[in-house]
Unconditional design. Sequence first.
Length: 296
Amino acid sequence: MDWDKLRIFHAVASAGSFTHAGQMLGLSQSAVSRQISALEEEINTPLFQRHARGLTLTDEGELLYGAVSDVLTRLGQAEEALKNAQAAPRGSLKITSSHGLGTYWLLPRISEFVGDYPELQVHLVFEDRELDLAQREADLAIRMRAPVQADLIQRKLFTVHYHLCGHRDYFARHGVPQTVEDLAKHTVIGYGETVAPEVRDVNWLLDTARRASNGCGRALRINNITGILHAVETGIGIAALPDYLTSERPHLVRILPDTEGPTYDVHLVYCDALRQSKRVAAFRDFLVRAAKDWKY
């Protein structure tokens, strides 16, 4: 069997659709579909049941998926063993995180790691969707929730708290809300409907303000944390911001301290196949130290 077809088959089985697999592989949906059809013809066996809501593996497909998964795991382990034969960590290290954590917590600290390991090529991917670590879309992930997959190793780094904040100049012009009901007199900034954040209850502030004002309050929706931060710093209104942002910006004033939003445990996550990787171990140890030293 052709390895390229098997690799594409594994991506389709993991993603559950030709379209999502194509996005992961950088191929068109039609190209992926043709490769799967060719593989099924080659082995004279249907691998997927096709239906309106996606794809499911046949019994034969499940058997092949397990075999290909084992091969990919062994190849990953062999790759790491070869790289670990070198005295120092080297090669490529791909790290993914949400836009917020990546831009405002990781980036200010990453220069130390890059300087300590000059033979490592570090690639940062900031996506609010979760990249597939099993498909090697990234080597490590920094996530605001614990993974559920059994083959992923996780390490808790710290806990993120969200607080209601506004710019001090905004409050000088419009006054400081003393109660949740007072939010009806202010513009409340939250996430847009098209955002795909990895955290639960991300718009708890909009929901709280809407209930307190019987749906009469002013709201502005923005689809990422950078836009929300800039809107607050421009003096447009009030938002719920994480402490890794507010701790570095004394011009942002916290209000209504008794109104607490949800908290999120931040985890470092990577595949079990990379357990012995020097590259991963170096970044893990660096990140654990950085999280321990962070004061908020």
